[in-house]
Design a protein around this ligand. Structure first.
Ligand code: NAP
Length: 309
């Protein structure tokens, strides 16, 4: 039987792995279908402390995994298909195999909601991105017109952040009022570099044939008029989707599917802990996920010490 199974190998999962491994708990870490998590899709990470010259997202995650393995974590490629937490030990099914464990740390992360366009997929990382903090400062976006899609706090935050680099930021929103909080909306709309494009959706990112972003095709939902807008980058900020489907009905979560911890990283099921983006819709940074992974590991370690007294 396992002491601890960690679900997810993003910053939260791998930090939890480092800490539980150093506590001699010999953790089993299940990667999920995206080993390394969302950060592996980023080019250069410039805001993770300790790397003054930035670090490639993929490399950062590879290093974290190495660090966890050095202390005895076992990282297994696979997907958790089901979890049974009604009685202890808990049982997980991983690619058809049953695994029993005393504790679980859920660090399954979140995915960016996509527009669902073929051109969006083709141009991802070639001008289409889902993270202004990660990619906004790249040379390709400097002094160029940029498009942000969305009308929530994230879109406002992304648009405002991008004004540091862009010549102009077009905020494309499908309605004519922002969903964002009043203060964020007012600040965003008052910014001289941000130009809202109301009632509009992106129907195509241009130009997949050139293998880079040159603009977007837009449709006005009120008039059905189509138009094109030149830009060097498209930042999609239409929300996140926490990867928590698996735990629905078992672990308490909010209406949006984010797992709601009771105290610290504890969930409603004693022995099941949560860390990172699957429980955090506010900060969503590599460093905050890592911090929560550390906290979950410490909580799990203390819980094990208590039940095994
Ligand atoms: P959100 O509030 O759910 O907003 C998503 C936005 O994207 C909405 O404006 C929505 O349009 C639009 N949208 C959704 N699907 C779309 C689609 N398929 N095509 C075009 N547009 C689409 O998500 P969020 O902005 O990521 O915020 C999530 C949560 O985190 C919120 O509670 C927010 O307050 C919080 N947050 C807080 C801060 C902060 O306080 N600093 C920063 C970021 C996020 P509609 O409005 O028409 O639905």
């Amino acid at each position: 039987m396992e002491n601890v199974v960690i679900i997810g190998t993003g910053c939260a999962g791998l930090t939890a792995a480092i800490y539980t491994a150093r506590a001699n708990l010999n953790p089993l870490v299940i990667t999920g279908m995206m080993p390394g998590g969302l950060l592996t899709t980023t080019s250069i990470v410039e805001n993770y402390p300790g790397f003054p010259d930035g670090i490639d997202g993929y490399e950062l995650m590879t290093r974290m995994q190495k660090q966890a393995e050095k202390f005895g974590a076992r990282v297994k490629f696979g997907e958790v298909e089901s979890v049974e937490v009604a009685q202890r030990p808990f049982t997980l099914t991983v690619d058809g195999e049953k695994v029993s464990t005393q504790t679980i740390i859920i660090a399954s992360g979140a995915g960016h909601r996509h527009l669902g366009l073929k051109s969006e997929d083709l141009l991802e990382k070639k001008g289409v991105t889902y993270c202004a903090t990660c990619d906004g400062a790249l040379p390709v976006f400097r002094n160029q017109p940029l498009v942000v899609v969305g009308g929530g706090d994230s879109a406002c935050e992304e648009a405002t952040y991008l004004t540091r680099f862009a010549s102009v930021v077009y905020l494309v929103h499908r309605r004519d009022t922002l969903r964002a909080s009043k203060i964020m909306a007012e600040r965003t709309l008052a910014h001289p570099k941000i130009k809202p494009v109301w009632d509009s959706v992106v129907t195509e990112v241009l130009d997949a044939k050139l293998d880079k972003v040159t603009g977007v095709r837009l449709k006005n939902l009120k008039t059905n008029a189509e138009s094109e807008l030149a830009c060097a980058g498209v930042f999609v900020a239409i929300g996140h989707v926490p990867n928590t489907q698996l735990f629905k009905g078992v672990i308490d979560m909010d209406d949006a599917g984010y797992i709601a911890p009771k105290r610290g990283t504890e969930t409603n099921v004693p022995g099941v802990f949560v860390a990172g983006d699957c429980s955090d819709h506010v900060y969503r940074q590599a460093i905050t996920a890592a911090g929560l992974g550390c906290a979950a590991a410490i909580d799990a370690e203390r819980y094990l010490a208590k039940i095994n007294q």
